[in-house]
Write a new protein. Structure first.
Length: 440
């Protein structure tokens, strides 16, 4: 046998041995993966064996370590989890493909993000970002920074969040410093986080600018949850400006997006759009919309459904009873609570205008009574004065006699003049007939 043939035979036999070893490691990995839920502690030791079976870092060790990270997290072993995660990250430099490392780390990021331990999450994200500096994986860097930004938002650390947003914005700009239109999806994700921050800070100037910029992006294909966040914050912005119709439109769009994403925020947005609808004094029942109908009987929404019915029927007593008896689903929402006084003023205004319509003089005491508005007399006065100043009511208040004097509208005056004329004509005809009958 020639030297070259001997060399080839050696390499062939060596390749067979490696192939058998790889198959053995692969089998060990899948065997443990199939049984890990039965005994997580034993699975940890078995996955460690997979790592040790490798002669050098490769795919199965990487996958085994990712399983160990998740198992340690499940078991509450956070220190051990971080040790294994740091070991796993050493594989992304050269041991596994870019696609595999991105896929696995993405899954782990999503998995760990369910934790309410802010310190753990911060360490996790910072460890990931540190490892990514060497691998130059822009997509993973972007996603990790977004998650870190979300953590800062939840913790109210707006100074740090602004710095993260600045870095994220920079990654989506071209050489000219302008937003890269090709990165519309990433830009909308940044805007969604920034808009939430300015909503929380009650900074309507920056919020309005960002909201309009976010809606102008046409090249994006964002997750519906992102559209939901932008539209919900837009609705809240319009509410602060008392632009009820615009708020209703945004909350409706947010509700539809959250519903498409299967996000629980859809219930809150459904409540908000009902609130905006009532404040806009719309006659339309929002639950008639096809998208809203399936939620009409939802336990968290039923109270709002009943509020709408009481509102449209001008039933103040029932309206206030619903508010009192449904504190958890209505009044405990801090956003709804801000607008309860506006809502009560709206329905009281409707009822007041209906009550005074047939009269030229009506007592403040009656309007304040249980049979009418069921509020103190001074509140009735304040409400009436506001309506008179706004030109909705034509009249004046006699504070001494505690009565409201109302001037007839031109329409009413014309109506009563016509009735007087008709009555006069009937009287004249009656007199004529009576005179004729008496002469016969």
């Amino acid at each position: 046998m020639s030297e070259s043939e001997e060399e080839y035979q050696f390499e062939y036999e060596d390749s067979d041995e490696e192939s058998e070893q790889d198959a053995e490691i692969e089998n060990q990995y899948y065997k443990v993966k199939g049984e890990k839920d039965d005994n997580p502690e034993e699975a940890l030791a078995a996955f460690q064996l997979v790592v040790e079976m490798q002669e050098e870092k490769e795919e199965w060790g990487f996958k085994a370590l990712s399983q160990m990270v998740k198992l340690n997290f499940q078991l509450g072993k956070h220190d051990a989890m971080m040790v294994k995660y740091k070991e796993m990250l050493t594989y992304i430099r050269s041991a596994v493909t870019r696609n595999m490392s991105e896929k696995k780390i993405n899954k782990i990021l999503d998995y760990i993000s369910g934790s309410d331990n802010a310190e753990l999450l911060q360490e996790f994200y910072m460890t990931t970002l540190s490892a990514l500096q060497e691998s130059n994986n822009e997509r993973l860097w972007f996603k990790t920074n977004l998650k870190l930004g979300g953590l800062c938002f939840s913790g109210g650390d707006f100074a740090r969040l602004k710095q993260i947003l600045k870095e994220l914005h920079k990654s989506c700009q071209g050489a000219d410093g302008e937003d890269d239109v090709k990165k519309g999806t990433q830009l909308q994700e940044i805007y969604a986080l920034e808009i939430q921050m300015y909503t929380e800070m009650k900074d309507n100037v920056n919020l309005k600018s960002l909201y309009e910029r976010a809606l102008r992006i046409k090249s994006a294909i964002p997750h519906p949850r992102i559209i939901g966040l932008i539209r919900e914050c837009g609705g809240k912005m319009h509410m602060t400006e008392h632009k009820w119709e615009a708020a209703y439109t945004d909350f409706f769009e947010a509700f539809k997006s959250y519903d498409e994403a299967g996000n629980r925020r859809r219930i809150s947005c459904l409540k908000y759009l009902v609130l905006a609808n009532m404040l806009a004094k719309n006659d339309m029942d929002p639950f008639n919309a096809q998208e809203c109908k399936p939620y009409k009987a939802d336990p968290e929404v039923v109270a709002m459904t009943k509020l709408v019915q009481a509102f449209h029927s001008d039933n103040i007593a029932e309206f206030e009873r619903i508010l009192r008896n449904n504190r958890k689903t209505v009044m405990d929402d801090p956003f709804i609570r801000i607008y309860i006084e506006d809502l009560l003023k709206t329905i009281r205004t409707q009822v007041l205008l209906k009550l005074v319509k047939p009269y030229t003089t009506i007592s403040i005491a009656y309007l304040a009574s249980d049979a009418a508005l069921n509020i103190p007399q001074d509140e009735v006065e304040t409400l009436a004065v506001g309506l008179i100043l706004d030109g909705v009511l034509k009249g004046q208040i006699d504070q001494v006699a505690q009565v409201l004097h109302l001037a007839q509208s031109s329409e009413s005056a014309d109506k009563y003049a016509a009735l007087d004329k008709w009555a006069g004509e009937v009287g004249s005809i009656t007199e004529t007939l009576s005179s004729k009958l008496s002469t016969h």
